[in-house]
Each structure stands twice: as structure tokens, then as C-alpha cells.
Write a protein that binds this ligand. Structure first.
Ligand SMILES: [Zn+2]
Length: 280
């Protein structure tokens, strides 16, 4: 099979898995991959991702002009184009509405607490991009704020977005986000969510290299890096700059690697959340 036919088959398979796992309903979700330097292969609009065939895909250029395909490209094409513009390293983009992660996105609760080592090494934190009307120019603008520093994010009152250096890598990050959301929900229902200490988070960050994980940005987990925290307003310009690091909530451990849950209302956040439109 040619590279293109392999990618068409891979998109079909990832769509089937997303639908089978309940990450999409009806015609929700969309998938794209780079097809060479200046073309994209993308799911079409208005099809169920569980029942696609390789011939359904569209080929567009990086401006979104359709080059090939009987159907029109995804209604969220603008979001995909923005990701590829901002991240030359990204080869694939996956968007879905996995129910538990989307529940966090609806509740306005980012998945940014230091809880699971694997999530910290692979994704760091999972922020929430501000609400934007789907399929409009607002959505790429909301995504732009976080995409340079994150491989996965929630979309407020909408769903989740993941990217990768290949299609399966992007898809697996979607699985990781939904899995993490389920675990976080269960822990919160049980009434206790012990956190990894800041020191442990830094240790895990150092392991990224050993694991071969190329994260787009470092984890922010020191108070002195507050200046990097870009959730808040930049006092000099009054504008909201793009995120430049992965902000993780992790308390100081005082030598312990785990820190007992000190309560949802206790101030342990490391970022300036007060100015965030999605602050809880
Ligand atoms: Zn969507």
C-alpha cells in the first residue's frame, strides 16, 4: 500500500475505535493527518466516524482549499489548520467528544492536577480552551492559546483535542485524556485525591527524555516560574499571551512524594487562575 492509502486506512481505523469507545456519537469528531509538506488528508463533514471508508477522505492544502474528494472537508477544518500552522512537528490531529473528559470541559474543571505519573510525562497538564462556537473562526483562536505548549486540551462545553507526531500517537492521547478523566472523577467521588508532590513532578519531567517523550513545553512547577504562567493577564500589554509551559497543580512535598488531599478549596494551585475565564 502507498503511504496515502495506509493513512486513509489508519483514519478509518481510528474513527472506528473512537466510535466504538463512545468518544463520538452520530457524526461528531474529526481526524486529519499531514500528507506531505503542503497537503492534509481529512475526514469529511457529516459522516459517522464509526462507518467511514478510505475513499471518503478529503485532501486539502494548508489553507483549507479542497484538492481532492467527493465530499467537503470537516466542519472543524479551521481548527485543524490552525494546529498545523502553530505546530510544524504535528503530523496528526484528533478531535472527539469523550463523555467524561467533556464533562470536565462542561464543568470548567481542567485536568491539571498532579495525579498520575504517566499522564504527567506524556501530556503534562490538560487545560481548557475557552468556549468558542464550533466550526467558526473562534475555535482556532481559542485553541491557539494552548496548542504551542500542549499535545492535548479540553474545549469548554464541547470536547477534546489531541495532536501527535503520527495518527495513532494523537489517538492514544485522546484515550489517555478520557482514561485520566474517568480516574479523576472516581477519585473525586470517593472524596480524596492525593497529589504527587512538586518535587516528584520535577523528577518525572526529567524522565521524559529517558522515555523518549518529546513534550512541546516544560511543566511549570516552581513558584519562581510564575512569570511564565500565562493563564492570567500580561500586566504590561493587557493581553492574554499564549501558554508557554504546562501548568500543573502540585504542592510542595517536604520530602514526601505523595501529598494528602488538602481539599478542593485550599490554595495549592501554582498558576494565576483568578484572571482565567475558565477559573473554578
Ligand atoms: Zn466537536
Amino acid at each position: 500500500m502507498s503511504a496515502e492509502s495506509t493513512l486513509r486506512a489508519d483514519i478509518v481505523e481510528v474513527g472506528r475505535r473512537m466510535y466504538a469507545r463512545g468518544y463520538t456519537a452520530s457524526n461528531d469528531g474529526n481526524i486529519s493527518v499531514r500528507l506531505g509538506a503542503d497537503r492534509l488528508l481529512m475526514t469529511p463533514k457529516s459522516v459517522c466516524k464509526g462507518f467511514m471508508t478510505p475513499d471518503m477522505m478529503c485532501i486539502t492544502d494548508l489553507e483549507g482549499r479542497k484538492l481532492q474528494g467527493d465530499r467537503d472537508p470537516s466542519s472543524e477544518m479551521l481548527m485543524h489548520l490552525e494546529v498545523y500552522r502553530q505546530r510544524p512537528d504535528v503530523q496528526a490531529v484528533v478531535h472527539a467528544h469523550p463523555p467524561t473528559a467533556t464533562g470536565f470541559a462542561v464543568a470548567g474543571i481542567p485536568l491539571d492536577r498532579a495525579v498520575l505519573a504517566e499522564v504527567l510525562t506524556t501530556l503534562g497538564s490538560i487545560p481548557i480552551a475557552e468556549y468558542a462556537t464550533p466550526s467558526t473562526k473562534e475555535l482556532p483562536e481559542a485553541v491557539r492559546k494552548y496548542i504551542k505548549a500542549h499535545d492535548g486540551m479540553l474545549l469548554a462545553n464541547h470536547g477534546a483535542l489531541t495532536v501527535g507526531t503520527d495518527l495513532y500517537g494523537a489517538y492514544y492521547k485522546m484515550e489517555t485524556i478520557e482514561h485520566f478523566a474517568k480516574i479523576s472523577l472516581v477519585a473525586r467521588m470517593l472524596g480524596r485525591e492525593n497529589l504527587l508532590s512538586r518535587e516528584e513532578v520535577m523528577r518525572l519531567q526529567e524522565l521524559r527524555g529517558a522515555y523518549g517523550i518529546k513534550a512541546p513545553a516544560p511543566i511549570c512547577a516552581e513558584p519562581e516560574t510564575d512569570a511564565q504562567f500565562t493563564q492570567g493577564m500580561d500586566p504590561s500589554s493587557g493581553s492574554v499571551p499564549d501558554a508557554s509551559c504546562q501548568v500543573v497543580q502540585a504542592p510542595k512535598g517536604g520530602g514526601s512524594r505523595l501529598v494528602a488531599d488538602i481539599g478542593r478549596d485550599t490554595q495549592l494551585t501554582l498558576r494565576l487562575r483568578t484572571h482565567s475565564a475558565i477559573s473554578t
